[in-house]
Design a protein around this ligand. Structure first.
Ligand SMILES: NC(=O)c1ccc[n+]([C@@H]2O[C@H](COP(=O)([O-])OP(=O)(O)OC[C@H]3O[C@@H](n4cnc5c(N)ncnc54)[C@H](OP(=O)(O)O)[C@@H]3O)[C@@H](O)[C@H]2O)c1
Length: 262
């Protein structure tokens, strides 16, 4: 696929996976529309990638009105949206009994409704165009339940279910839908205080490089892959969950105890 002059909107572009995709796509001469809350971080990335076709829009994905006005100004300017990559999100690692209700709701608002908000605006545009790619970044934790992640898991399971449904609904419209499920990736994700002493904080070298996830996303777009699971062990787990569910849960518990997960 030739990405030149494709209009690509990325949420969560100021760091980690979203930033890595922005860098990869900038090299392919894409027209980039970058969204995240921090104007300073977005400005820094715009300078870093040196792509003259990059616009930044500081915005919280929960703010539906602002998302709507950004999409309007993008379509007014370029007349189309080719690719939407929903990457904005965050995680909290805490046993259910310690989780605050407000945190659980915020996880759902940002991780799930943030995606609903952008899709609400962009899907009708892409249906009218008869083409486009919607990429939703879920997680392996959006396919497999892990201890300590109930709020985050629920938000990512919601993303996976939403995306799977959307893929079926849009199947004959020319709009392609992609569900990306990364495993632990070396980004600022684990900076959240709840991850203090987490295995991934202690062993960051075992995490996937965000560039690998970015390339997997580009590959999914180019080859029209619906679901991409990233991480060898987790991908085996995912298959095992359906084929040998009890064995899978036993292995999961052994690993959890070894790694000291909650
Ligand atoms: N890292 C992992 O192990 C991992 C694994 C599986 C899935 N994921 C998913 O991958 C996605 C990207 O995470 P990451 O690992 O790249 O983490 P990250 O480095 O912390 O990046 C998160 C991005 O989301 C933006 N963001 C957070 N809340 C937002 C909001 N309310 N509105 C707009 N932007 C918001 C952040 O920018 P601002 O702070 O500027 O808003 C940042 O650009 C997330 O959906 C995450 O759940 C991560």
């Amino acid at each position: 696929m030739d990405f030149t002059d494709k209009v690509c909107l990325i949420t969560g572009a100021s760091s980690g996976i979203g930033k890595a995709i922005a860098i990869e796509l900038a090299e392919r001469d894409v027209i980039l529309i970058l969204i995240s809350r921090s104007k300073e971080k977005l400005e820094k990335i715009r300078k870093e990638i040196k792509n003259k076709n990059t616009s930044i829009y500081p915005c919280d994905v929960v703010d539906n009105e602002k998302i709507s006005s950004i999409i309007s100004s993008v379509t007014n300017k370029f007349g189309k949206i080719d690719i939407l990559i929903n990457c904005a999100g965050f995680g909290i690692y805490e046993p259910f009994i310690k989780q605050k209700d407000d945190d659980v709701r915020r996880l759902m608002e940002v991780n799930y409704f943030g995606i609903v908000n952008t899709c609400r605006q962009v899907v009708p545009i892409m249906i009218r165009q008869g083409y486009g790619h919607i990429v939703n970044v879920s997680s392996m934790v959006g396919r497999i339940g892990f201890a300590g992640y109930s709020g985050y898991c629920a938000s990512k399971f919601a993303v996976s279910g939403f995306t799977e449904s959307l893929n079926e609904e849009l199947y004959d419209t020319g709009v392609k839908v992609h569900l990306i499920c990364p495993s632990g990736t070396n980004t600022n994700f684990f900076d959240h205080p709840s991850f203090k002493n987490h295995y991934h904080r202690r062993f960051p070298k075992k995490l996937t490089d965000p560039k690998t996830v970015a390339n997997a996303i580009i590959d999914a777009i180019e080859k029209n892959k619906f679901e991409v699971n990233i991480g060898f062990l987790e991908s085996v787990f995912l298959k095992g969950k359906y084929v040998f569910p009890n064995l899978f849960r036993w292995i999961q518990r052994v690993i959890r105890r070894r790694r000291g997960y909650k």
